[in-house]
Design a protein around this ligand. Structure first.
Ligand code: FUB
Length: 438
C-alpha cells in the first residue's frame, strides 16, 4: 500500500538542518535541480512505545531544497505498520537510502521482519518504489532475499551495474539485479577495513575514477567517519583517512552521505543538537567537503553555520555562528521546548558573533529588525564582513526581561553578499534571537 504524502512546511535552517522534529541518518541525493534528504526519524520511546533509552523509529521523511537553506518537509514516505514484511510496532526503521533508476525511485530501508524464515533473525532490508522522490512510495511485500543487517546504501556505477552495501558488524556488498529488488551476487565482506571496532553506515561514491567507501567506525570509544579508496566498487580498498572526528560532546553514532551539488561537495551527517542529554534523538547537519589534489578528503570540521546562503530578509539566526568571541555564548531559548531554537548572549562589551554569507541582493534594505532582550540594557552594533568591519547600525536594547522587537532605519546602503557581525558596544547580559533586514 502506498503511504500518503503530506507536504508540511518549509523551514529555513543552518545546523541542524531540521528543527521541527528529530531527524537522523541523512541520505542526501541530487535529483534534478534539488537536493533530497531521506532521513530516519527518532522519536522518544515510552512504556508503550519502543524501548525506553534506545532508538525508537517508526517512519521516514524526505526533505528537499533547491538552495540548501530552505528545507521543505515532504512528509512521511514509509511507515512501519504499512510495510507488509515489517514486524508491527517494532520501531526499528533505521538508516535508509534512495536512488533513481530509469525514472523510478527505489527507497531502501532496514527493519525487523515478522517472518524470520526469509532472512533469519535480526534486521533485514526492504525496498519501496515511487515515481517521484517525494513519493508516494509502495513497499515491496517481502524484503530483499539474502540480506541480513542494517544501513543499506546503493551505488550505480558508470557501466550501469548497481551495488548494495550494508552493515552487520562488518560491511557487506553485493551486486543488484537490473530490477533493483534482488541480489545478483553472493554478499561479500569488504575485508580490507579496520577489523577492530564496530563499522556501519557504508556510503559509496565515485570521483575521478576513485571509489570512496566511507563508513562510521568506532576506532576509540564512539563513531567517527572514515574512508577507504579503491579502483572498483567492490575493492580491494585501502583505508585512507578520517572524514570527521568523534563528536566532542559524545554523540555515540554518526551517519553520513556525500554529494556534489552545483560544483561543491557536501557532507551530510548527524549530531544530537536538540537533545544534548540523550544521543538517540538526533538531528541532521551538513558542512562543505573539500578534496586535496591527490583525491584525499580534507577533514570536515563541524560548524553550526552549515551550508547555503542566507537571504538578508529572512530571520538570520546569529546563534548558528561562523565565528564567536570570548564572552559570547549560545543557549536554548527555552530549555522546556528546545525546538524553539537558540539565542546568543553577550556578557561583556566587545563580545561578538559572526554569521557568514548573507545575501542583500541589488536593492539595499531600508530597515533592520532585531529580536533581543537584556536584564541590564545595552547597545548592540551590527557590522559587515568582520568584527572590525564597517558599522551598519547601533541599536539600543532597553532593560527588559521579555523579548522585544526593535526596528531601526538604515542610514547606509548594503548590497551584495556579506558576513554579518553582532557586537556588544556597551552594557551586559544582552541576548539576541535574530536579525532581519527589510
Ligand atoms: O539510526 C539507527 C542506527 O544508528 C543507524 O542505522 C546507524 O547507522 C546509527 O546511526
Amino acid at each position: 500500500m502506498a503511504s500518503a504524502v503530506v507536504a508540511v512546511e518549509c523551514l529555513p535552517a543552518q545546523n541542524p538542518l531540521i528543527t521541527n522534529q528529530y531527524s537522523a541518518d541523512p541520505s542526501a541525493r541530487v535529483f534534478g535541480d534539488k537536493v533530497y534528504i531521506f532521513t530516519s526519524h527518532d522519536i522518544l520511546a515510552t512504556q508503550n512505545r519502543g524501548r525506553v533509552g534506545w532508538f525508537c523509529m517508526e517512519d521516514y521523511h524526505v526533505f528537499s531544497s533547491s538552495d540548501l537553506t530552505t528545507w521543505k518537509d515532504n512528509g512521511v514516505i514509509v511507515t512501519q505498520n504499512k510495510v507488509p514484511w515489517v514486524k508491527p510496532d517494532s520501531y526499528s526503521m533505521w538508516a535508509p537510502d534512495c536512488i533513481n533508476r530509469n525514472g523510478k525511485y527505489y527507497f531502501y530501508f532496514p527493519s525487523t521482519p515478522k517472518d524470520t524464515n526469509i532472512n533469519g533473525k535480526g534486521f533485514t532490508v526492504g525496498v519501496a518504489i515511487a515515481d517521484k522522490p517525494e513519493g508516494p512510495y509502495t513497499p515491496q511485500v517481502e524484503p530483499i532475499k539474502g540480506v541480513r543487517g542494517i544501513d543499506p546504501n546503493v551505488f550505480i556505477d558508470k557501466d550501469g551495474q548497481a551495488y548494495l552495501y550494508w552493515s552487520q558488524g562488518n560491511i557487506y556488498a553485493a551486486k543488484l539485479k537490473e530490477s533493483m529488488l534482488e541480489l545478483a551476487s553472493e554478499p561479500q565482506v569488504l575485508t580490507e577495513l579496520p577489523d577492530k571496532g564496530l563499522k556501519e553506515g557504508p556510503y559509496m561514491f565515485e570521483r575521478n575514477g576513485i571509489y570512496y567507501l566511507t563508513y562510521p567506525h568506532v576506532a576509540n570509544k564512539i563513531e567517527r567517519l572514515e574512508y577507504a579508496v579503491g579502483k572498483s566498487p567492490l575493492g580491494p580498498f585501502t583505508v585512507t583517512g578520517v572524514i570527521m572526528d568523534e563528536s566532542p560532546t559524545g554523540c555515540w553514532t554518526n551517519h553520513h552521505s556525500i554529494i556534489e551539488f552545483k560544483n561543491q561537495w557536501y557532507l551530510f551527517y548527524h549530531h544530537n543538537d536538540l537533545s544534548p542529554a540523550f544521543d538517540k534523538a538526533r538531528s541532521i547537519r551538513s558542512d562543505s567537503l573539500f578534496f586535496n589534489k591527490d583525491g584525499t578528503i580534507r577533514k570536515v570540521i563541524p560548524t553550526l553555520r552549515g551550508i547555503g546562503v542566507t537571504q538578508a530578509t529572512s530571520q538570520i539566526q546569529m546563534d548558528r555562528y561562523s565565528v564567536i568571541s570570548n564572552d559570547a555564548a549560545i543557549d536554548f531559548l527555552d530549555t522546556a521546548n528546545r525546538f524553539k531554537g537558540w539565542k546568543v548572549t553577550f556578557s561583556k562589551p566587545a563580545a561578538w558573533v559572526q554569521y557568514n554569507s548573507v545575501e542583500f541582493g541589488k536593492q539595499s534594505p531600508k530597515a533592520i529588525n532585531l529580536r533581543a532582550k537584556s536584564s541590564e540594557g545595552g547597545t548592540l552594533e551590527v557590522r559587515l564582513d568582520d568584527a572590525n568591519g564597517p558599522v551598519v547600525i547601533q541599536v539600543q536594547i532597553p532593560k527588559n526581561k521579555e523579548w522585544e522587537l526593535t526596528q531601526s532605519s538604515l542610514k547606509r546602503k548594503i548590497t551584495g553578499r556579506h558576513h554579518l557581525i553582532a557586537r556588544l558596544k556597551e552594557g551586559s547580559d544582552v541576548a539576541l534571537d535574530w536579525i532581519q533586514f527589510e
